[in-house]
Structures are given as structure tokens and as C-alpha cells.
Design a binder for this molecule. Sequence first.
Ligand SMILES: Nc1ncnc2c1ncn2[C@@H]1O[C@H](COP(=O)(O)OP(=O)(O)O)[C@@H](O)[C@H]1O
Ligand SMILES: [Mg+2]
Length: 163
Amino acid sequence: MNEAGFLKASKEERLSISADRESTRKVVSSSPEETESLGERLAQKLSPGAIVALLGELGAGKTCFVRGVCRGLKVKERITSPSFIIINHYRGTLPVYHIDLYRLKGPQEFLFLGCEEYLFGEGVTLIEWAEKAEPYLPPETLSVSMRIIDETKRELSFSREPW
Ligand SMILES: Nc1ncnc2c1ncn2[C@@H]1O[C@H](COP(=O)(O)OP(=O)(O)O)[C@@H](O)[C@H]1O
Ligand SMILES: [Mg+2]
């Protein structure tokens, strides 16, 4: 969907990522390395304009997964959490926009900061705390919900078959 199509789409269409959560593909990761490898594997399937929404509490492994995606896209920079500056831009085989909405007060702020521009670019957009921008995410967004099972195990639920 292009930007004009997105703006015209009904609210129901845009909200479909939450409905998607019911029919998901689940994977259990037993270590940070495994989570990173899952991200790296997903990277092979991402094309320009792909949007990956990462959901889940603090420490769930969202940044760890992003690190793996970036490794898969041959990003050389060190991946840190962009919690304070909201967006980090990296360059790999594709441009990568790493957005962290932890500090966002509400969904309107997402538009105010111009974040939606990244959703229609040629890069891969990875959004931590994507729940905070859910009304603005297009239906083709791949959502990855991460749940802490115990100290080393995380359950990852993908909104559709990721590979
Ligand atoms: N299976 C796992 N997958 C990802 N992280 C894990 C796992 N087991 C333990 N951890 C730890 O959980 C923390 C995840 O941190 P981080 O990726 O920054 O989470 P988030 O970005 O969701 O807040 C790290 O300290 C990591 O070492
Ligand atoms: Mg993080």
C-alpha cells in the first residue's frame, strides 16, 4: 500500500495487525543468540519497504532481535537501543530505520515526530514498542510479539509465516 492508499484506508484495515495476533506462528528461543539468529533469518525475507513491529515488555528481547535483523542485512554499526533519540538510521544491504517508541506519550506523537514517513520509504523499518503506534501501522506490517517465559526463554509470535 502506498501513502495515499494508507491515508484512505479505513481504521479497521489499519488495525488488522491486532486481529492477526490470533493466528500466529510461534517459536521459542532459548538464548539471546538464538533470538538474534531468528532475526538474522527473517532479514533474508525482508524487501524494501518492509515493516516489522516488535511488541512486548522491557527485556523481552526486541533489541536483541533487531540486532539479528541488522546482522542479516550486513549493517556494520553497533546496534544500541534508541530509547532517547527514537530513531536510529543504519546502512546495510538496505537502509534500516530502527525506531523505539518506549518514550512516546501517545499515538498522535508518532505522527507529530514524522515517524510515518519511514513506513513508506525504501528501507526496512523495525519498530520497538510498536503497540504505541498501532493505529498507524499498515496491514502488511509483520508483527512479532515477544513474551518472557523465564530468564533465558522467550516466546516469539509472528503475525504470519515469517520465512
Ligand atoms: N532467549 C532470549 N532472547 C532474547 N533475550 C534474552 C533471552 N534470554 C535472555 N535474554 C536477555 O534479555 C534481555 C533482552 O534485552 P533487550 O533485547 O534489550 O530487550 P527489549 O529491547 O525487549 O527491552 C537481554 O539482557 C538478554 O541477554
Ligand atoms: Mg529495546
